[in-house]
Design a protein around this ligand. Structure first.
Ligand code: FAD
Length: 323
């Protein structure tokens, strides 16, 4: 009978995102069988020890020509072949852009159910798993059980705690038969708009600007605050649509879903479509000149005031405290 959990994760030159450790930690806590990490590309084979420490009993590293550049259809087929060998009862994917692209294709190939963007995952009856995921733009939570033999889940980053299990993982050789010549789509280049700053979906602190900043050059006020806090920068949709910031900053229902410890909403009114992307934040701090702005209903801390006065003061005060 199938058991165990296959955790599918992306890596670059032997480095993984924090969400990889979060998924492995949770998998190790709840798996009835072996936890296998599956990863791809140059450097993947160096990860066995690290991934083992966070919960991988074994690591499958797919390397070679087919895995130097991401291909949705090609890599999904590779995952399907690994599933045939490992025979897991569940697969975990990160709910990142990469995982959101790959997981539905794997679900299609396996004819399996997929619960996306889960914030909780628990053991359930009969060795099955049950997940919790936000619905209706974060206004409600849904409990999901999947009836197909394989159960697929994508897990929202920054939610599960990272636990060190302290045992080394082992490389498990698995051969798959996929050829780059047959791939229908391949990613040929990746441009990093964020210029080396912290990735939004994994950031612990986010400073986010809305239309209240009034002009693109004013975004530097927020950059100053982000810098002293070591925070990532985000924005509401209109600010990205206007071209004041790159589209990669856009947070909300149609943008990125974030779950930082602290989210600063600066000059953001708090439209439901924006709140949909930030409901996983532990603390929301709103800075807005309108005391009736809806963001104050969602915020844990609110500052009613002109952002052009409040933000520089806050930045200076934090800088002073850090010295
Ligand atoms: P506004 O609503 O214009 O708010 C600006 C705020 O700044 C106001 O509250 C104002 O009081 C405050 N302000 C002004 N001056 C100052 C000052 N000097 N100091 C302090 N505060 C000041 N939006 C998203 O963000 N993300 C999405 O993913 C998204 N998806 C959408 C999908 C659909 C289908 C639709 C229809 C809309 C979507 N929107 C989304 C747009 C959303 O409805 C709102 O229009 C948008 O979030 C508003 O952006 P904002 O808060 O920056 O601007």
């Amino acid at each position: 009978m199938a058991e165990g959990i296959l955790v599918v994760l992306d890596q670059e030159n032997g480095r993984v995102r924090r969400v990889a450790y979060e998924m492995l930690s949770r998998a190790q806590e709840i798996a009835a069988g072996t936890v296998t990490a599956l990863t791809f590309g140059p450097g993947a084979e160096t990860l066995a020890e690290t991934l083992g420490r966070y919960g991988a009993d074994q690591v499958v590293a797919l390397t070679g020509d087919a895995f130097t550049r991401y291909s949705s259809d090609g890599w999904a087929e590779a995952v399907r072949q690994v599933v045939e060998v490992i025979d897991p009862v569940a697969l975990f994917f990160p709910a990142t852009a990469w995982g959101k692209d790959l997981s539905p294709r794997v679900a299609g190939l396996l004819e399996a159910g997929l619960a996306t963007d889960c914030t909780e995952i628990h053991p359930s009856e009969g060795g099955r798993l049950e997940a919790v995921r936000p619905v209706y733009a974060g206004k409600a939570f849904q409990r999901v059980r999947i009836d197909t033999p394989r159960q697929l889940f994508s897990l929202r980053p920054n939610i599960q705690p990272v636990i060190e299990h302290g045992r080394p993982g082992q490389l498990r050789p698995v051969t798959v038969s996929v050829s780059p010549d047959q791939f229908q789509a391949v990613v040929t280049a990746v441009e990093n708009n964020a210029g080396g700053t912290v990735e939004l979906t994994e950031a612990d602190i986010i400073v986010s600007g809305g239309r209240g900043i009034k002009a693109p050059e004013n975004f530097k006020i927020l950059e100053g605050l982000a810098e002293v806090l070591g925070a990532a920068l985000g924005s509401s949709r209109p600010v990205a649509d206007e071209g004041w910031v790159p589209h990669s900053y856009h947070i909300g229902q149609t943008g990125k879903v974030v779950s930082p410890t602290v989210y600063f909403a600066v000059g953001i009114s708090g439209a439901i479509q924006h709140l949909a992307g930030i409901s996983g934040s532990k603390y929301i701090v709103a800075i807005n000149s309108d005391p009736d702005a809806p963001i104050f209903k969602a915020a844990n801390y609110g500052i009613v005031g002109d952002l052009f006065q409040v933000v520089p003061h806050l930045t200076e005060e934090i800088r002073r405290l850090k010295e």
